[in-house]
Design a protein around this ligand. Structure first.
Ligand code: AMP
Length: 282
């Protein structure tokens, strides 16, 4: 496995392959790899000549200093997990200075309003940080295809918008949410939960599934009320939001329109750890 810390060295390595029109698949991550990340990697390995995975905890997309500070960093373990999958993965694990060159701030992005919904509203500046890192990584790696998880569905839509608006020559593929046996969406932040909280967190997906059933029988406002009531029964959780939106615009929906695709999005805290998940409702 080849591991690069410097973008100049990574670019120099990849450049002959790009000249030979080899397809580069790219999986950007913040590390602390789990099976969800590896499922993206497997897809890229199957579909491309070369697969690059980046591991970089991007400071500009964190709006909470404690979250950034406590974000798990497990590079050695991550490399072991990758090498169990394939030895041909190219890893880019830079220092902050290699990406930000002494100026660790975001650029500003405009995503036709997608950035003002849900995660954007609750995590000010988050999607500027995401846009900044994704665009810079695309410029270095020059992938033909990049893989993103539906776990961060809003991020996936935002990256598609970024690519459209900046005419970046990258095909964006969304990949299904990988879950623990309990149904809990895999996340690097799950590592920070106590055993007990991790067990309890299975409720998040259970409630999302019940919300889907409720949505099929009742109105949008009834479905939202149902989710709120369910979480009131579990005071160890603090529900930050549950929203039902049009899948394409991510605008909150208040009544159902036929042939429209809807999705439910949730953010909850347990033990001060913020978990997000989402579900297709129809
Ligand atoms: P992260 O390291 O959390 O920034 O995630 C890196 C990529 O992996 C993003 O595209 C995520 O959406 C994706 N990802 C994270 N968790 C999962 C999961 N449980 N299932 C599928 N993809 C995931």
């Amino acid at each position: 496995m080849l591991i690069f810390n410097k973008k100049s060295e990574l670019s120099a390595f990849l450049s002959p392959f790009i000249d030979q029109h080899k397809s580069i698949g790219f999986v950007p991550t913040m590390g602390a790899l789990h099976q969800g990340h590896l499922s993206l990697l497997e897809k890229s390995l199957a579909e491309n000549d070369i697969t690059v995975m980046s591991i970089f905890v991007n400071p500009t997309q964190f709006n909470n200093a404690e979250d950034l500070d406590k974000y798990p960093r497990t590079l050695e373990e991550d490399i072991k997990k990758m090498s169990q999958l394939s030895h041909s993965i190219i890893v880019y694990a830079p220092e902050i200075s290699d990406i930000y060159e002494g100026n660790t701030v975001s650029e500003s992005f405009e995503y036709d309003g997608l950035e003002h919904q849900m995660e954007g509203r609750h995590r000010p500046g988050h999607f500027d940080g995401v846009g900044t890192i994704v665009k810079r990584l695309f410029e270095v790696v020059k992938p033909a295809t990049a893989y993103f998880g539906e776990k961060d569905f809003q991020q996936l839509q935002i990256v598609k918008k970024l690519v459209d608006k900046h005419a970046l020559p990258v095909n964006i593929i969304g990949c299904p949410i990988y879950r623990e046996k309990s149904g809990l969406a895999m996340s690097s932040r799950n590592e920070r939960l106590s055993m007990n909280a991790r067990k309890k967190a299975a409720i998040v997906f259970e409630i999302l599934q019940l919300a889907k059933k409720t949505f099929s029988e009742k109105s949008i406002s009834d479905t939202i009320a149902f989710v709120k009531t369910e979480f009131e029964k579990h005071p160890e959780f603090e529900l930050e939001y549950f929203e039902i939106t049009d899948e394409a615009t991510l605008l909150s929906a208040d009544s159902k329109v036929s042939n429209q695709k809807y999705r439910g999005f949730i953010a909850v805290f347990i033990e001060k750890i913020r978990l997000i998940d989402n579900i297709s409702l129809n």
